[in-house]
Design a protein around this ligand. Structure first.
Ligand SMILES: [Fe+2]
Length: 330
């Protein structure tokens, strides 16, 4: 964000009740003094947008908003997308809202036969595996910003965690950073080979096909200009320039580093009517972190905005290799 706009945002914060309080020294901030049932004025929006780029994840508490108010709030940050490239929204009236229901029961997938379990395991998309990912990076233009609202909180557990991918990049040696700057990686998802077919989409797009996108391994944030390590572990399968063994070894190191750096993480305990907003261009996340242990049912509703292509330090722009790219609704 340009300096004059930042100063304007800070000036406004001094005269308004909007308060932004960092949760860790690295990423995450709680936002208070705002009512998301109301429309936002331009200075408040400018302050929120600046805070999102700076802190990467914003947390709002005690916001009893409706689906429509969530969509309206999301649209302040960019054009809203359909719920997901593969799965439908809640219904035909809420095509932009994805509902995710998690409980111990559905984490165990009791409806799978042993044969389906086996096919699922072989497809490299096991349920219950470590869940670090950045949203929908199997398309060339994944969502820029995600909004996740607690519709129903679990009795115990159900937290979401994020890692700061800019801080992770900065933590590496200059020699390794220089090498990573030159690389590109394949992000893949194939539900067609996972043992069951997805329901047909409202918009008629083919979802039971492999999706593969090539992204820069290091991406440059379009607003801050900062570099981040573009890791989305669930989907990231190979580094294009390396042979298979080299790719496995380097990705193993980077994914382990991501998971081990708890100093670069923030973790959110959901409460009724809470909302988390995060920048997918500089973070990766995992939620719920405990699908096999959480007590009670956890229901969240998600919206996403923006669908920009990642750009690498060399100017490379993400591109789709298989499956269709994503789109926005307005
Ligand atoms: Fe996600």
């Amino acid at each position: 964000m340009p300096l004059d706009l930042l100063e304007k945002a800070h000036d406004t914060a001094a005269t308004s009740p909007l308060t932004i309080t960092p949760v860790t020294a690295v990423l995450g901030a709680e936002v208070s003094g705002i009512d998301l049932r109301e429309e936002l004025d331009a200075p408040t929006l400018a302050a929120l947008r600046a805070a999102l780029v700076e802190h990467k994840v914003l947390f709002f508490r005690d916001q009893p908003i409706t689906d429509e108010q969530q969509v309206r709030f999301s649209k302040y940050f960019g054009p809203v997308t359909p719920a997901h490239p593969l799965t439908n929204g809640r219904d035909q009236e809420h095509i932009e809202i994805m509902e995710n229901v998690q409980s111990v029961l559905n984490a165990r997938r009791p409806t799978f036969t042993p044969e389906q379990q086996a096919v699922h395991r072989a497809s490299h998309r096991q349920w219950g595996r470590r869940g670090w990912h950045t949203d929908i990076t199997f398309v060339e233009n994944p969502a820029d910003i995600t909004f996740l609202r607690a519709h129903q909180v679990a009795q115990v557990g159900g937290d979401t965690a994020w890692v700061d991918l800019e801080a992770l990049y900065d933590s590496l040696s200059p020699a390794l950073r220089g090498f990573l700057d030159t690389l590109h990686a394949g992000h893949y998802r194939n539900d067609a080979g996972s043992g069951y077919a997805l329901p047909k989409r409202f918009d008629g797009r083919d979802n039971n096909v492999p999706f593969l996108a090539l992204h820069p391994l290091v991406r440059v944030h379009p607003e801050s200009g900062r570099k981040s390590l573009f890791l989305s572990p669930i989907f990231l399968r190979y580094i294009d320039e390396l042979n298979e063994e080299e790719s496995e070894a380097l990705l193993g190191y980077l994914k382990n580093e991501l998971a081990a750096r708890i100093d670069l993480q923030v973790r959110f305990r959901w409460t009724p009517n809470s909302l988390a907003v995060w920048d997918n261009r500089s973070t990766t996340h995992w939620g719920p972190v405990d699908p096999k242990q959480l007590v009670g049912e956890r229901i969240v509703r998600r919206t996403t905005v923006g669908n920009s292509h990642a750009v690498g330090p060399d100017g490379f722009q993400s591109r789709q290799i298989a499956g269709a790219s994503f789109y926005t609704l307005d």
